[in-house]
Design a protein around this ligand. Sequence first.
Ligand SMILES: C[S@@+](CC[C@H](N)C(=O)[O-])C[C@H]1O[C@@H](n2cnc3c(N)ncnc32)[C@H](O)[C@@H]1O
Length: 445
Amino acid sequence: MTAEPVLVSNLLDEARALIDARRYRPALRLLRSDAIPNGLERLHLLGLAHLGHRDAPAAIACLRRVLADRPDDADRLAALAQAHQADNAPFPAVRWFERAVRVSPGRPALTAALAGALRRDARYDDALVLARKALAAGDTSPDIRYEAAMAAAYLGRDAESLAHFDALLADDPEHAAAWFGSHAQALHGHGSEEALRRLRRATRCGGANGKYWGYLAATLRLLGRDAEADAVEAAEIGDNPKRRPLPDGARALLPKLSSDFRLFGNSGRLLRHALACATTPGLVLEFGVRRGTSLDHIADAAGQEVHGFDSFEGLPEGWVNSPRGVLTTGSQLPPVRDNARLHVGWFEDSLPPFLAAHPGPVRFVNVDSDIYASARTVLTALADRVRPGTVIVFDEYIGNRSWRDDEYRAFQEFAAENAVKYEYFAASPYTKQVAVRVSGVGRTA
Ligand SMILES: C[S@@+](CC[C@H](N)C(=O)[O-])C[C@H]1O[C@@H](n2cnc3c(N)ncnc32)[C@H](O)[C@@H]1O
């Protein structure tokens, strides 16, 4: 039975208040009740409640229908963009945020949201340009500073990243994510004590992510500060399944840590260091290019032709909470440096003809294709090209919940099957990268 208009309006207000208070379950219950008739406002609130309740597909379905009625409503465009973002689809999220900013320019929150969506779509250059422009125009909100800092970090500009983080922290000293993000960038210019200070500070902020303790324990462990790592693990980690993976991953590296092992916090810096350490001549390859960020570092530092392989259609199968196809660029190829060649397709199709046409050993490989099956395909195909001195960087080696079943497992199997001797000479708990140097191959090695 439908209620009187005044009552309906009160009920919609009540639902809105529940959503504002993040009480999504009761909001959904109320909005689904017969007391509220079908209508655009009900649908809009249903979309927001589904979004809060982490049912992104349901949110998208509602918000799309609402938008059809008012296609130029910036808030509705932004809500739909957020729903796509929550659905692990940064591509449409960027498109809807761009429309929202176009119809309602000059709104700092929308600009920061667009910069965040560009970052999630790995369009770091675009995100940084947008954020710098907003900062230059006087928008100095924590959100835009955060986006500037994150995009700069991905682009390997750790000094600029740190400057943005520090400006943010001067305004908002309790911003846990900024202390956390800044610790990794501070490592390079200011050393491990300053990085640890920032990481510890992040753990003390109100509402800090409990996983920061895992980063702290792993960083201490890889710095050889075992007593402190043990104390953090005992006090803050225990059996907590969300905090355990990174310290466990760091422990797994210890037996094969090289004497020249170095800790990193910035992906580009680790890649450049790993390339500099790869002195055995041969092919330079990357598996997993996406928007070309890491390939840019590799091509810049390699001093030779480099090859990037990708379907540009995202992951061939689901991974952790992400569906098949996540990380797609919609088949768009990124611009690359003159010495970089792209090889489009699934690795199992593109790699055999490439290897047939390119004999010789491998100098350097960046495996950044996330899942076990892709790493396994690559390592199996390259098995007879790997030599003492070959360097392999893995981008998701440790730290994820499923790390033991992903790249780590593929490499452990590869090493056992081919009697590969190796050591770990660089790692970054923050980015989850690990660099491996092969020291021997085969039973007689
Ligand atoms: C994490 S992204 C790569 C990120 C990139 N290195 C960067 O710096 O931004 C992973 C990429 O691996 C690709 N990929 C994963 N498995 C693949 C496979 N078996 N064949 C082709 N491409 C694959 C996906 O298309 C996706 O673009």
